[in-house]
Design a protein around this ligand. Structure first.
Ligand code: 8OZ
Length: 369
């Protein structure tokens, strides 16, 4: 090619993610907002409006959506295990599709990052090992230490995988374009991966090969529902979020991604650095993950416009996910393309509440009006 710059991929051009056609390479990251309907944990009209407003993204990844009540770790997060939740999500996917967008569901089991008050019959949450995480959650009365979990028996693991499968079936019936597994931030899948939270002596613990087993089994089971071209997983190799620690994240995640590549799933979504904090929190070779995976690489964490454009142009990622900027800018993709000014997110209204700080951030046109 005579003009080398002409060959560079653009953040603003369409991209095919597995079997999903994206209108640009801008992804709305999964964002916990705690505004599902009280009692049912089903999406409601306010949630429909919020996602509809953000349909200009190439792809929306929903907020973490628990696959069962046991998989819930915070109050008022939406579920993917009841008829009411399926109906609520159908209204969301219809609205996003009518606006020309694509949307996948993030399937979530929190494992030990929960509190007895959120669990069925106030039982302890479950985890690979009975080790309490040094982290907090929030329940109806406010922030609290997470509860000490009980260790899952090996015989219970197939039932947890079956919950992910059932949730994927509901997501499919609700019209989603695919699913992302929440394998990041110290939740259940991540708890199995790491040697600090997984002290098991069976086939799911010990060696790296054993610790990735649960993640791969969930991925394969869900891919059988949706098709591998519509499945991905989010990981956060060095993020300390929710007390996630491992003695050798580079070896662990290179092995995981090698195994993920063998499954043929569409994408990995990588939180680079410490979640919501420094991108260079700890040294890590993300390019080594990208080299091991033939599918798409979605990069996330603290990107601004310039870094996102450069990262895609230099082929360090296929797409870039934005979290906080999508909270404050419903039309973020359009604003980035036009290099327009951005609204500032208000942390006070991130978690819980009503339309304020949720659906009332203006789009560019509304601001001008
Ligand atoms: C913020 C508050 C509650 C949950 C994550 C699902 O860290 C979350 C989460 C984020 O992935």
């Amino acid at each position: 090619m005579s003009d080398a710059t002409a060959a560079k991929p653009s953040l603003f051009a369409p991209f095919r993610l597995g079997d999903i056609e994206m209108r640009n390479r801008i992804v709305m990251a999964p964002l916990t907002r705690n505004r599902a309907s009280r009692g049912s944990d089903a999406p409601n009209a306010l949630n429909v409006e919020y996602y509809r407003q953000r349909a200009g993204a190439g792809l929306i990844i929903t907020e973490g959506t628990q696959v069962s009540r046991q998989g819930q770790g915070y109050v008022w997060t939406p579920g993917m295990y009841s008829q009411a939740q399926q109906a609520g999500w159908k209204a969301v996917t219809d609205a996003v599709h009518e606006a020309g967008g694509k949307i996948i569901a993030q399937l979530w089991h929190v494992g030990r990052v929960s509190h007895v008050s959120l669990q069925p019959a106030q039982q302890p949450p479950v985890a690979p090992s009975a080790l309490q995480a040094k982290t907090k959650t929030y329940i109806e009365s406010g922030f609290t230490e997470v509860s000490t979990p009980r260790e899952l028996a090996a015989e219970e693991i197939p039932a947890i995988i079956a919950e992910f499968v059932a949730a994927a079936e509901i997501a499919k019936a609700a019209g989603f374009d695919g699913v992302e597994l929440h394998g990041a931030h110290g939740y259940l899948i991540d708890q199995f991966l790491r040697d600090d939270s997984n002290k098991r002596g069976d086939a799911y613990g010990g060696s790296i090969e054993n610790r990735v087993r649960f993640a791969i089994e969930v991925v394969e089971a869900v891919a059988a529902v949706f098709g591998k071209g519509r499945v991905g997983i989010r990981i956060s190799p060095v993020s300390p979020a929710n007390d996630a620690r491992d003695s050798d994240p580079q070896a662990l995640f290179e092995h995981l991604v090698t195994r993920l590549d063998e499954t043929g799933i569409a994408f990995i979504h990588v939180v680079e650095g410490a979640t919501r904090e420094a991108r260079d929190y700890l040294p890590f070779d993300y390019a080594a993950l990208r080299r091991r995976f033939k599918g798409a690489y979605i990069a996330n964490n603290g990107f601004d416009r310039a870094l996102a454009i450069e990262t895609v142009a230099e082929d360090r990622a296929d797409a870039v996910a934005f979290g906080r900027l999508y909270i404050a800018n419903p039309d973020l993709a359009e604003r980035l393309e036009r290099n327009a000014p951005l609204n500032t997110p208000d942390v006070a209204t991130f978690y819980g509440g009503d339309a304020r700080g949720y659906t009332d951030y203006p789009a560019l046109d509304e601001r001008a009006a």
